[in-house]
Ligand binder design. Structure first.
Ligand SMILES: [Zn+2]
Length: 210
């Protein structure tokens, strides 16, 4: 569940999924290992852990090179797109995120798609029956001027949808936890790790409402 903090007149809502061993990952991706390799309990002066996981684990951003050979990698994701006003769209009634699903919906530069997927985070294994963007749904977002799109499960869409988005330079944020987040306008802060040459980068994603 998205965790909310209050700070002066602002609410900070953490829409990131915790990274931990045993977490739900996309089928075929590397599993998550986080283990203590130096331990105070064993007489060391500090604790040090080793992390081994796929770069598309947990809340993360896809880089264009994920689907397009030779395209930009994670370290060149545009920070001006990753931070700024974002709209959480209520798509909880949609079974497909095709162009028709966005008809009549006001988009924006950054949109986060709240779907029935968010409830799938309560399960402990991958659910095939998630909602995702189709090719023409992705084209509708690009045509509407969207520069960043996020979704509340492990994949933004099918292969064609990825090609449309990443080919147009749209930033795709995957595995957001939008449970308990009301549709509306927020400030988004999404900070992916600066992983040189990587096709994806885990990110902390926060919504701020003033
Ligand atoms: Zn991904």
């Amino acid at each position: 569940m998205a965790v909310c903090y209050k700070q002066d007149m602002a609410e900070i809502i953490d829409i990131s999924v915790a990274v931990r061993p045993g977490m739900v990952i996309y089928p075929g991706d590397p599993t998550v290992s986080l283990e203590r390799v130096v331990s105070i309990a064993d007489g060391a002066v500090c604790n040090v852990s080793r992390l081994d996981f796929g770069v598309h684990s947990g809340t993360h951003v896809d880089a264009p090179v994920h689907f397009i050979e030779g395209a930009p990698a994670a370290e060149s994701l545009p920070l001006d797109v990753l931070i700024g006003e974002a709209r959480v769209l209520d798509l909880t009634a949609a079974d497909r995120l095709d162009a028709a699903a966005f008809a009549g919906i006001e988009l924006g530069e950054r949109v986060l798609l709240k779907t029935r997927n968010s409830e799938l985070w309560a399960r402990d294994s991958f659910s095939e029956d998630h909602v995702a963007l189709t090719e023409d749904g992705a084209k509708a977002l690009v045509a509407g001027g969207v520069r960043l799109v996020g979704i509340d499960y492990l994949t933004i869409g099918d292969e064609e949808a990825h090609h449309v988005l990443l080919g147009a330079g749209v930033v795709a944020v995957e595995s957001l936890d939008l449970r308990g987040v009301e549709p509306g306008t927020y400030e988004l802060i999404c900070a992916p790790l600066k992983l040189a040459g990587s096709d994806g980068a885990p990110a902390r994603a926060l919504l701020i409402r003033r």
